[in-house]
Design a protein around this ligand. Structure first.
Ligand code: NDP
Length: 212
């Protein structure tokens, strides 16, 4: 693909998403990214990189679909926006859990389908899953695990639908990555590292490299 690829990153204001924005810009692509709560960080990143920041809440299905549709033919869609809610499943607010499913599952699905409508043959759809889609070594994260496992079915299914057009759909499943959501010096550090062969958090740039 040429270096004037059109790239949309859902959830690009901070952490892994911001690293993905930086990486695609560095590679010469035209990048637009969405944010929800972090307007200042988003505007700073847009200024710094020459990318475009637009506010779109990934919990709002119709807004996500409209954002993808209005982005025109994308060469690459990256769905990075995602949240985790920790806690006792018996005590959690079902509305909060459903919001997580809207952000982590519904948005990737509808964004991928909408992107495929206008995407040229050979387009790329990449969703950020998690190692927790395969393994869940701790309690109180079931909703997150459900959401990240669901992305595997999304990729396997839509790859069949869009494969004949050369469009690929892949899930990148990072382990612990040093971001606001999972700081390398956070309270879970020792526990997480105890499950890992290489006992360090990854860096957002490492995930961005895989995506690129
Ligand atoms: P952060 O919390 O550091 O950043 C999350 C990003 O997603 C922000 O840019 C945020 O934007 C955006 N986002 C969240 N909710 C919404 C929403 N409703 N609408 C639009 N954007 C939204 O998370 P990470 O960078 O750590 O995680 C990014 C992705 O990587 C997630 O899908 C996460 O599950 C996955 N992941 C992370 C791992 C880790 O250890 N850090 C490991 C494995 C997977 P804003 O602030 O503007 O709302």
């Amino acid at each position: 693909m040429s270096d004037t690829r059109s790239v949309l990153v859902l959830g690009g204001s901070r952490g892994i998403g911001a690293a993905i924005v930086r990486r695609f810009v560095k590679d010469g692509a035209r990048v637009t990214f969405t944010y929800a709560g972090s307007r200042e960080a988003a505007e700073r990143l847009a200024r710094e990189t020459g990318s475009a920041a637009v506010r779109t809440d990934s919990a709002d299905r119709d807004a996500v679909i409209a954002r993808v549709r209005d982005s025109g033919p994308l060469d690459v869609l990256v769905v990075n926006s995602g949240i985790a809610i920790f806690g006792d499943a018996l005590e959690q607010d079902p509305d909060e859990i459903d919001r997580l499913f809207r952000i982590n599952v519904h948005a990737p699905y509808h964004a991928a389908v909408e992107a495929a409508r206008q995407m040229p043959d050979g387009g790329r759809i990449i969703v950020i899953g998690s190692v927790n889609g395969d393994r869940m070594p701790v309690p109180e994260m079931a909703s997150y695990a459900v959401s990240k496992s669901a992305l595997q079915g999304l990729a396997r299914g839509l790859a069949r639908d869009f494969g004949p057009r050369g469009i690929t759909i892949n899930v990148v499943q990072p382990g612990p990555i040093d971001t606001d959501a999972n700081p390398a010096d956070g309270p879970m550090k020792e526990l997480m590292h105890s499950f890992m062969a290489i006992k360090r958090h990854g860096r957002p740039e490492e995930v961005a490299g895989m995506v690129a």
